[in-house]
Ligand binder design. Structure first.
Ligand code: ADP
Ligand code: SF4
Length: 697
């Protein structure tokens, strides 16, 4: 296959200051949970994107000084010479595939509490920490501003020494430079506050100084928000931003444009669709002749072409689409667009940074495993034998196992009880806002359709006897899990209705099966991720009074990690759903739900006629257990190897099911050292001399 000429424009080189990108695919800076803590994992992952055809591959936010540090959220750093060596790991990998490497210089200001370094953070005033730590910043005086400019310059020089090709001045996302630009927040009385000219002064100085320091060889980019905040009606307000942009339009070599509202810029697909930034930045290209890059969770090459042709942007910026498919450009180049693994907009990738662990991705199980497990997103290890594999269950785990086994060259039979594959994603994608989750199924179904060695049997509910009758050499059970009607009270699963009452409660499975409540309904959420809120919305759309109750202190508490909790809560409030926090459900009699406060134990009542329990799941491992039972619980007595994966093994998020299926396929015939299953990336203490560790070894 060859490239469709309609996409030629995406492969046109573009000059960015003193450097030239080979194409228009630009991996903008994105966090990874790796940064300065796990440089080898990071380098291999970024290198993989370059191998996959991205013309530019950037770092995450890259701290210029120890007084800007964000742990537990892991940044990169350019503080000293050892950081140059660590960065070289990445730039070398990126350059090996002909891509440019970009470094985003970052100073956090009031968003950094510096819990690791214990340095005092600097900002334009003595501001409270923006993420809730009981620390304030020091108001920067003239000498602090001089220090900051020197740190920025030194970091730029280190970036150049580390062989970066593009160096960013980072002026958005509520960090220090954004605060200087802010007309409300910047009340300084000196030449750095007040008028627009004064508020832009520091950024203008940094652009000039960075160009002066590294501009002979490196392009200087500015990351800038094109709008102020979304207006009440959701419409963009550009106002002063446009004037500000006009003032600086000619200064850098590249503009990386985003918007002030992170919930839209990084929006989950439940609320934000592809290309959402366009209305906010439609003026940008008309004001500057410098190249422009922007994001929009672009996965469709037609949309990308349209963005460039209509003059919205010059370069297709991507964080999430490059995570879900590091080979997206290579697939367009090869005319294989059907094989693109499209991002589903779930933001599980972002949860790594939120929690302080390496990045993972729902669609791409190899993300973050490139170095530590040696996994490649497109290449599988060839099969190690001629056996046939039976996969039972066509949900995310079974589909991914079948796909990856098929790619290894195994003969695979996939048996699925229902009429369609997809399992939980098929069911969940029919709920409000969740349609893009179907991409988990679509990508794998498409891949499987091209594999003659994989056969799919639908409407094939297999018993233990059926499994034996297939005569496979390997059997993997991916039969998923079902939602429970009970709750977990901290010690055990317990019902909230008495057996004798004749009262029923609903589960998410009932709702997704179309068995719906009638009348006032409580959604009781102990799961804490998205499903409780989504089901509340679904029932509300039916016209019923809905109360969302949870023992957690926030709506859909875990979505704090996927940067959507604010949006979820405001959305439910807008829909008129009543919210009850920090209360656990004690009992329900068909008319009254009895709740107990998590702190005081005090009870209260809510009058509802139905309850949907979004609590925990029970593994559907009946088949697995029956197979073991038939062999006296000794797997060695079975005529095939037996394993269970995904929710059938341990219920979890979709990303875990995909990972589990992928891992099974990779390791089927590969001896794995279960005691030391992965390479451990961590600070290398190096060699010792005379009993002392050598510095920076
Ligand atoms: P996971 O997330 O682990 O992939 P899912 O619940 O999404 O789990 O998918 C499990 C799939 O297994 C469902 O599509 C279900 O119809 C199928 N399934 C369950 N039991 C059997 C069985 N005995 N034979 C064939 N398919 C089954
Ligand atoms: Fe997209 Fe989800 Fe993967 Fe992030 S984790 S890249 S949002 S599919």
């Amino acid at each position: 296959m060859t490239r469709d000429p309609r996409y030629d424009i995406l492969f046109k080189p573009l000059k960015i200051g003193p450097v030239t990108t080979k194409n228009r695919f630009f991996q903008v800076p994105h966090c990874t949970g790796m940064g300065f803590i796990r440089p080898r994992m990071l380098a291999e992952m970024r290198g993989m994107k370059a191998e996959g055809g991205w013309g530019v591959v950037c770092t995450e936010y890259n701290s210029i000084h120890p007084s800007s540090e964000d742990l537990k959220h892991v940044s990169s750093s350019l503080w000293d010479d050892s950081d140059i060596r660590a960065s070289r790991l990445m730039t070398d990998k990126v350059h090996a595939h002909g891509a440019l490497a970009g470094a985003e210089l970052w100073y956090g200001g009031s968003r950094s509490a510096n819990m690791m370094t214990r340095e005092v953070a600097l900002d334009l005033d003595s501001l409270p920490n923006a993420v809730g730590h009981p620390f304030q910043t020091r108001a920067m005086d003239k000498s602090d501003i001089r220090d900051l400019r020197r740190w920025h310059r030194k970091a730029a020089l280190r970036a150049k020494e580390a062989e970066f090709d593009i160096v960013y001045v980072y002026a958005t996302h509520g960090y220090l430079l954004a605060n200087f630009l802010d007309p409300v927040r910047n009340t300084r009385g000196d030449e750095y506050g007040g008028s627009m000219e004064n508020r832009t002064r520091l950024i203008r100085e940094l652009i000039e100084e960075t160009k002066d320091a590294v501009g002979d060889r490196c392009a200087v980019a500015v990351r800038f928000a094109a709008d102020e905040q979304a207006g009440e009606d959701g419409k963009p307000i550009t106002g002063e931003r446009r004037d500000m942009f006009e003032m600086m339009a000619h200064m850098p070599d590249l503009w990386d444009i985003n918007i002030a509202n992170y919930d839209v810029e990084m929006g989950v697909s439940r609320f934000t669709k592809e290309g959402a930034l366009e209305p906010y930045m439609d003026f940008v290209k008309s004001v500057t002749d410098k190249p422009v890059v922007t994001v929009g969770r672009f996965t469709s090459p037609d949309t990308m072409v349209s963005q460039i042709k209509r003059g919205v942007t010059d370069l297709i910026g991507a964080a999430r689409p490059s995570i879900a498919d590091p080979f997206l450009p290579a697939k367009i180049e090869a005319g294989d667009v059907n094989a693109i693994r499209e991002c589903i907009g779930c933001n599980i990738c972002y949860s790594g940074d939120s929690i302080g662990v390496p990045i993972r991705c729902t669609q791409n199980p190899t993300m973050g495993e490139e170095w530590r497990k040696g996994w490649h997103p497109e290449k599988m290890n060839p099969k190690g034998g001629d056996g046939r594999v039976l996969v039972v269950g066509g949900g995310p785990a079974g589909l991914e196992a079948a796909r990856a086994l098929g790619k290894r060259g195994y003969d695979v039979i996939l048996a699925e009880a229902s009429r369609q594959v997809g399992g939980r994603v098929l069911r969940e994608a029919s709920l409000p806002g969740m349609s893009e989750y179907i991409r988990v199924k679509n990508y794998r179904e498409q891949q499987l359709s091209e594999m003659p060695n994989v056969e799919i049997f639908l409407e094939s509910f297999l018993s233990a006897q059926d499994v034996h009758a297939v005569g496979a050499d390997h059997v993997v059970i991916a039969t998923g899990a079902n939602w429970r009607a009970e709750r977990f009270n901290g010690n055990e699963y317990t019902p909230v209705v008495t057996n004798s009452s004749g009262v029923d409660v609903f589960t998410p499975d009932d709702i997704m099966d179309g068995k719906l409540p009638n009348g006032p309904t409580m959604i009781y959420d102990e799961d804490g991720y998205y499903l409780g809120g989504v089901i509340a919305e679904k029932i509300r759309h039916l016209g019923h009074d809905v109360t969302y109750a949870t023992p957690a202190d926030a709506v859909s508490k875990w979505t704090e990690n996927t940067s959507e909790s604010w949006r979820v809560r405001s959305h439910l409030m807008t829909l008129g759903i009543k919210i009850v926090l920090s209360k656990s459900l004690q009992s329900f009699d068909g008319q009254t739900a009895m709740l107990a406060c998590e702190f005081s134990g005090q009870t209260s009542e809510v009058n509802v006629e139905n309850i949907v329990m979004v609590t925990q799941r029970r593994t559907n491992d009946t088949l697995y257990q029956a197979l073991l039972e038939g062999a006296d619980r000794d797997p060695g007595k079975l005529p095939f190897t037996l394993a269970r994966i995904g929710d059938c093994d341990a219920p979890a998020i979709i990303a875990a099911a995909i990972y589990s299926g992928h891992r099974y396929a990779r390791e089927l015939d590969v001896p794995v050292d279960v005691d030391e299953p992965l390479r451990h990336d961590r600070t290398d203490v190096g060699e010792t001399k005379d009993g002392e560790y050598l510095q920076n070894a």
